[in-house]
Design a protein around this ligand. Sequence first.
Ligand SMILES: CC(C)(COP(=O)(O)OP(=O)(O)OC[C@H]1O[C@@H](n2cnc3c(N)ncnc32)[C@H](O)[C@@H]1OP(=O)(O)O)[C@@H](O)C(=O)NCCC(=O)NCCS
Length: 167
Amino acid sequence: MIDLSPEIRPETAADHDAIAALHDHAFGPGRFARTASRLREGVAADPDLSLVARVGPRLAGSVTMTPILIGAEPALLLGPLAVDPDFENRGIGRALVRETLARAAAAGHRLVLLVGDGPYYGRLGFHPVSPERVRMPGPVDPRRVLVAELVEGAREAAQGLVARAPH
Ligand SMILES: CC(C)(COP(=O)(O)OP(=O)(O)OC[C@H]1O[C@@H](n2cnc3c(N)ncnc32)[C@H](O)[C@@H]1OP(=O)(O)O)[C@@H](O)C(=O)NCCC(=O)NCCS
């Protein structure tokens, strides 16, 4: 029997080409202009929290976490999250998000922000934030700006402009 259960582990340099191909397919070239992408420009992703799901030799999915600031508070930006269409609807997206959130909490992080679909991420602990409290540095549908607390009360502490983490 072939084992089709995904192995989830931090990404390595050997995964980068396959991740780039997956992102091209899932989001297209326009993705770099998006506000969330701009927040990642020039900032290294967190190597312990940016994960891949492998099924045998295939890259089935990937999730990236990048440090950001919300006002003066450090936080993490989750995304892109992408799953290869051949592997969709098997729980791989959910497993990647749950695993990176668990690792982020264990590493002492407090809050995770993303721009994404509320119905998908709502089931994973994300909630919309008011655009008056958390201001994005570029155009974005405010209903898609979501946060998940890793520590109770972290949402209250984080207010202001979302910005690139200093590097
Ligand atoms: C969205 C994505 C990451 C989901 O990955 P996946 O491994 O197929 O998802 P899971 O198996 O964990 O979850 C599947 C469930 O989520 C639902 N779902 C998938 N995409 C959804 C969306 N955009 N909004 C709401 N629900 C969604 C499915 O209908 C399914 O529901 P069910 O469990 O009730 O049957 C994947 O489809 C993908 O890469 N899409 C293209 C890129 C993208 O949109 N990334 C997310 C940015 S918001």
